[in-house]
Design a protein around this ligand. Structure first.
Ligand code: AGP
Length: 603
């Protein structure tokens, strides 16, 4: 989703903006642009396509010590050069980049700017015209004009504004969209995420909603919209630049799939003591113990990870677990239990839909926990508690190691709560041993890449649709496996509860329709095998992924046995590889699938 980077000070702004935009590429975008102030000259360069396309348009005259840049993920208007950011006022004095959605942009245009000409269709262009109107027509200072515009604009935004007549200042404001200040020696930066700034600094400062920041090379002034100064301490981020590289891997997704055994072992060291007892914050444990129901709120893969953990969580904590799709719950919660505890699962910690629910949960005064991969992210800051996955940066849009990491993190929480409650089920569950077995099992699956590549070539290379089936825990894995295939290979794929096929969907099975059956549970595997027969006898081609304990000699992929509570972690890995292979064999951009963004920061 849109990314912002800005810098003011003693640095080569063009280089910093371009490097920053490259680091923001993983978020997903369709066009990009930069504005650079060189004192006696200013340059605005925009391009549709990749950052390399923008780079190819830069002349040597695009230089200066201050500037703002942007990657755009189209919401209002086509992905064209005109609609790409930065946007300017009519006289090009004011330059603005924006992440988010201005909900009342039509009303603003009609009420305040009825005679303005707009070059494109974006809500952002309306915002910069509005700011210019207050300053140039109504005679306000830049700061007051910006504030006045902010008092009118409704919706989500992260803004960085420059005035061509004042190349030493960047004005910044945010509401609901992520934005962070980076502090340097003789320069300061603003950016949508820390990763784009870590080459320059490891010192950061948060901006909260409805705060305004005035950035100079030697100072950072934070204030609220009423002009009251805000004192905010900076913090040092523990980010490692080397973790962001993809090394010899053709795609980040493959690297991230391969990192999963390491993530499992990291979580063991993070959340278990050497004697096998849990190292989970006792305050979180107590808060869950008090709850009569756990609500897991999430989107996409994180939502699927919630389902992949539900059986384990309920068994170990003896507390019912209900899942909520964040984008639905934001508009109205169902009748809640008397003592709810909310868990927000989010790789990025920035998903706008999840945040919308968290804001309501906070208003209602209920306790919450965010499980995220990004320390300091919005959901982490705003929830009562945080548990970090620590999986290292996940760059590919398709989430893999965050899914398995989320389930493993929840396992530590569930075990800690169960043990604190004195539940035998939890005491007997040797999580450290079981998760180590999972790590080994994943390693074994990772050694089957060639076999999986051959299956894909045979079954999925040209198909337009596919069906994934499973029962119980395997059904939840089928949901995630099908999302993965869909998002990066553009194959229409549905994850079904195997028993549901016969209630309608089986009519879609015809000769050579591909299907994938997941089998890990001895109680139900035979029933799913029955569904496999039903598909095969109608001409469908079925691949079976079976755990050793239920496997037959002719199953296509056999996964080493793991504890049933953790089976979603082990079973999902071959399906991640299937999705990866399908996308790469089709010659698609595995890491940056069309229309998708890594951090979904708009509603
Ligand atoms: C995963 O492959 C997807 N790209 C997407 O579904 C993602 O999981 C979803 O947008 C939620 O993101 P989050 O975990 O950062 O909140």
């Amino acid at each position: 989703m849109c990314g912002i980077v800005g810098v003011v000070g003693n640095k080569n702004a063009t280089d910093i903006l371009m490097q920053g935009l490259e680091k923001l590429e993983y978020r997903g975008y369709d066009s990009a642009g930069i504005f650079v102030e060189g004192g006696d000259h200013a340059s605005l360069v925009k391009s549709v396509g990749r950052i390399r396309d923008l780079r190819s348009k830069l002349g040597i005259d695009v230089s200066g010590t201050a500037g703002i840049g942007h990657t755009r993920w189209a919401t209002h208007g086509q992905p064209t050069e005109t609609n790409a950011h930065p946007h300017t006022s009519m006289d090009e004095r004011f330059v603005l980049v924006h992440n988010g959605v201005i909900e009342n942009f039509k009303e603003i245009r009609d009420e305040y700017l009825p005679h303005d000409d707009f070059k494109g269709q974006t809500d952002t262009e309306i915002a910069v015209h509005l700011i210019a109107k207050f300053i140039e027509e109504d005679g306000m200072s830049v700061l007051d004009g910006f504030k006045k515009a902010l008092s009118i604009i409704e919706g989500s935004y992260a803004f960085a504004l420059m005035d061509a007549q004042d190349p030493d200042t960047i004005y910044v404001a945010k509401n609901k969209s992520p934005l962070l200040i980076g502090l340097g020696d003789g320069y300061n930066m603003v950016c949508s995420d820390a990763m784009a700034m870590i080459r320059e600094t490891s010192e950061f400062m948060e901006i909260h909603d409805k705060e305004l920041v005035i950035l100079h090379k030697d100072s950072v002034e934070v204030q609220d919209y009423y002009g009251n100064p805000v004192t905010r301490k900076s913090y040092t981020a523990q980010l490692d630049l080397s973790e962001i590289g993809k090394g010899t891997y053709p795609f980040y997704m493959l690297k991230e799939i391969d990192e999963q055994p390491t993530v499992m072992r990291h979580l063991i060291s993070e959340y278990a003591n050497p004697d096998g007892t849990m190292k989970v914050d006792s305050e979180v444990v107590k808060a869950v113990q008090k709850a009569d129901r756990i609500y897991i709120i999430a989107a996409g893969t994180s939502y699927n990870a919630g389902y992949g953990s539900k059986i384990m969580l309920e068994a170990l904590t003896d507390t019912p677990v209900e899942l909520g799709v964040a984008s639905e719950w934001g508009y109205g919660m169902p009748l809640l239990s008397k003592k709810p505890f909310f868990i927000f699962l989010s790789q990025s910690g920035e998903t706008a839909d999840s945040r919308q629910v968290l804001v309501k949960v906070n208003e209602l005064g209920y306790p919450s926990l965010t499980i995220t991969n990004v320390p300091g992210s919005t959901l982490s800051r705003e929830a009562t508690y945080t548990m970090l996955i620590g999986a290292g940066p996940e760059i590919a849009v398709a989430s893999t190691k965050a899914y398995t990491g989320q389930i493993a993190t929840l396992a530590f929480l569930a075990k800690a709560v169960g043990v604190a409650d004195g539940r035998k089920e939890a005491q007997d569950f040797d999580l450290v041993k079981e998760l180590s077995l999972v790590a080994q099992g994943i390693e074994a699956t990772l050694s089957e890449k060639e076999k999986i590549a051959a299956i894909v070539k045979d079954l999925l290379l040209t198909t337009r649709n596919a069906f994934y089936i499973g029962r119980k825990q395997d059904y939840f894995v089928a949901m995630e496996a099908s999302l993965k295939l869909k998002e990066i290979s553009y194959v229409q794929c549905e994850g079904f509860a195997a028993g549901e096929l016969k209630h309608g969907t089986i009519s879609l099975i015809e000769k050579d329709t591909p299907a994938l059956a997941l089998l890990s549970d001895p109680e139900v595997a035979q029933h799913t095998r029955g569904n496999v027969m039903e598909i095969s006898s109608r001409g469908g081609k079925v691949v079976t992924v079976a755990m050793e304990r239920v496997a037959n000699a002719d199953d296509d992929i056999i996964v080493g046995d793991v504890h049933p509570y953790l089976s979603a972690i082990a079973m999902v890995v071959p399906t991640q590889l299937i999705a990866y292979e399908t996308s790469s064999q089709r010659g698609l951009d595995v890491d940056k699938p069309r229309n998708l963004a890594k951090a979904v920061t708009v509603e």
